[in-house]
Design a protein around this ligand. Structure first.
Ligand code: PLP
Length: 341
């Protein structure tokens, strides 16, 4: 099998530096959920730490613990989904900070910490309209009071207040931001405030607060229908690539198909990168695809299908398919090797 995902870690580093200078003085928390958006967690986390990224964010505690094992003690890690008591304990043991958005979980985390003589580090999440987890505004005062009681007893430290926004309409985001500022006003002491992901972090400085949680732009994935990579100053870092395995009837058969992450609906609609220049993707089968051949084509020639170096980025492909760039990259099959340059 020659299909693979190549990841250019130097391009990744350039994206990280561009993010850092764009959002400063806010800090960048690098989101590494979903195996670092399919790019492979360990290599991404290691390089990010080398480049000075000091914050990582994951959905689940297991991934957060894996990040801790990879980078050691020198960074902060936030996980925002907690499934059970084992997660709570693992987070306390590995110094993982937890994003908490409901009262039963908050009290579980505090009581677990008390029983174990530990101190849980939490970021309280206010629901600012997305209704994806988070304390409702009417419950916020009670949540803050509960967390303060636990903090006074030494079982908890309130590290941050945060929310997540849709980044789909400026008007909705503005409403969310107002609710967020309201909620953060409940704290007089120093808590980190974080609200924005990639799009708002770049487009709307007033959304940056102390920390921004950015995944997509770090991997060079622009928003669909939005500004270009060049306008944003980011570059794609991953390429779905494979070799020619057969030449027949004016077509080259390439060693990657729909099971590898090349959507069959792209047949007839996508240009791919070949040694002879861009060529049309003619058909996609489960494990191979056919591409219009070029003069001097050989078995073993490299064909760049999607991403860095190919005619179409993940988001270009997403725009053809009516989805988002993240999904195109996440469909690059986990069974494909990730190669780093
Ligand atoms: C995925 C995610 C992000 C990052 O979003 P991008 O658009 O990829 O930058 C930020 N915050 C939360 C809570 C997320 O789940």
């Amino acid at each position: 099998m020659t299909a693979r995902v190549e990841v250019d870690l130097d391009a990744f580093a350039r994206n990280l530096h561009h993010i850092r200078t764009t959002v400063a003085p806010a800090q960048h928390l690098l989101v590494v959920k979903d195996d670092a958006y399919g790019h492979g967690l360990p290599a991404i986390v290691r390089r990010a730490a080398d480049e000075g990224v000091a914050w990582f964010g994951t959905f689940d505690v297991a991934t957060a613990v894996a990040v801790r094992q990879t980078v050691g003690a020198g960074c902060r890690i936030l996980a925002w989904t907690v499934y059970n008591d084992a997660d709570i304990e693992a987070a306390q043991d590995a110094d993982i900070e937890l994003g908490i958005g409901d009262a039963p979980l908050l009290s579980d985390v505090a009581s677990r910490a008390r029983e174990r003589g530990a101190c849980a580090r939490v970021h309280l999440k206010i629901d600012t309209g997305l209704h994806r987890n988070g304390f409702r505004p009417e419950d916020w005062a009670a949540a803050v009071a509960g967390a303060r009681d636990a903090a006074a007893a030494g079982a908890l430290r309130i590290e941050g207040v945060w929310s997540h926004i849709a980044e789909a309409s400026d008007a909705e985001d503005d409403t969310a931001r107002t609710a967020f500022i309201d909620a953060a006003g409940a704290f007089d002491g120093p808590v980190l405030r974080h609200l924005a992901a990639s799009a708002a972090s770049f487009a709307r400085p007033e959304f940056r607060f102390d920390l921004v949680r950015i995944g997509a732009f770090a991997y060079g994935i622009r928003p669909e229908g939005g500004p270009s990579d060049a306008d944003l100053g980011i570059e794609p870092i991953a390429t779905l690539t494979a070799e020619v395995i057969e030449l027949r009837g004016g077509e080259a058969r390439v060693d990657a198909g729909s099971l590898d992450g090349l959507d069959s609906r792209l047949a007839g609609r996508l240009l791919v990168g070949t040694p002879g220049g861009p060529r049309r993707l003619e058909a996609v089968a489960a494990t191979s695809a056919r591409v219009a051949a070029w003069p001097g084509a050989h078995v073993g020639d490299r064909v760049d299908l999607i991403g860095r170096g190919a005619p179409s980025t993940a988001t270009d492909v997403a725009e053809l398919l009516g989805t988002i760039g993240e999904e195109v990259v996440l469909r690059f099959s986990p069974r494909l090797a990730r190669r780093y340059r």
